[in-house]
Design a protein around this ligand. Sequence first.
Ligand code: PMP
Length: 364
Amino acid sequence: MTAPEPTSARVRLRPEIAALPPYRQGRPAPANGFKLSSNENPWPPVPAVERAIAAAAAEVNRYPDATALALREKLAERFGVTPDEVLVGAGSVSLLAQFVLAAAAPGDEVVYSWRSFEAYPGLVTVAGARSVAVPNRADHGHDLDAMADAITDRTRVVIVCSPNNPTGVAVTRDEFERFMGRVPDDRLVLLDEAYAEFVRGPEAVDGRELLGRYPNLVVLRTFSKAYGLAGVRVGYAIGPVGILDAARATAIPLGVTAVATAGALAAIEPEAEAELLRRVAALVERREGLRDALVAQGWPIPEAQGNFVWLPTGERTVEVAERLFEAGIVARAFPGDGIRVSVGETESVDVLLRVLGELVEPSQ
Ligand code: PMP
């Protein structure tokens, strides 16, 4: 008897899913180098957060509370909404997928700006929907007019990322409100504010000011960046109850762990949060210093409102990323387009400025 073919060769998978590239994570940093490729917070957790996580870890024989009620209550209090208007997810990327699944069926369209967060195209494909990627403006910000123009009868979701990953540009409050005035209110708008706490631009949109004002708007935030909890996976969405209920239904049950919610709750206790926000302020100062110095070198760096800067390296992207790697810096390269460098350890700034100072070209 001949052996059967390995089943993996025969199993009929969705071809568009089998063709999806895996989610990219930068290579590990070389010894004494710096991993600046994932917009992570360079500090380990504050002691109170570490203790809360350890305490939760001691009870992992039990399932978590499926709705993360304690965390929703705390978040609701600070945002002036009810706990039902808050949805907690296993990172905001998980929530994005849940909302897209809740609103977009096969054949429907999801509009977003491009280049933007790398996960968007994949989660739209998983929903069976079609991506409508609208090019960023020349200043690397969203072209919200063009995005509004791109809305058709099939559009079910529009994703706005502010500040935009990877370019760093924030949408202004005025631009966003004008845009919302053009979006039919039966289409879901997701305002992805993963980097909100790093924003210092006075004109930037702030989801907190918009809560309760639009029946079709959901604001997404995360504990991964400013709060330094990327490893435990916890993010949240604030918006109308009916939309959140639908997104709850598309989640895989019990995806948010007790360890994650314990870490998040400890991180927003006053003393821990004060320290975490001091760290955010230090990163913002570092970002401004890095950006100013790169601009002085001649790099055309766009506005940087996240914990990262964007180098528009175009055709030189792979070469520049390789030179950075040789100097110990792992950055996120988008071949043919640019390089995103996270603002991390103080010492990494000197290395960046030294290497990039040698590589700048007047034509850039
Ligand atoms: N949105 C944006 C714009 C991001 O850059 C990221 C993380 N890179 C996320 C969402 C997801 O963050 P998390 O799932 O860790 O909350």
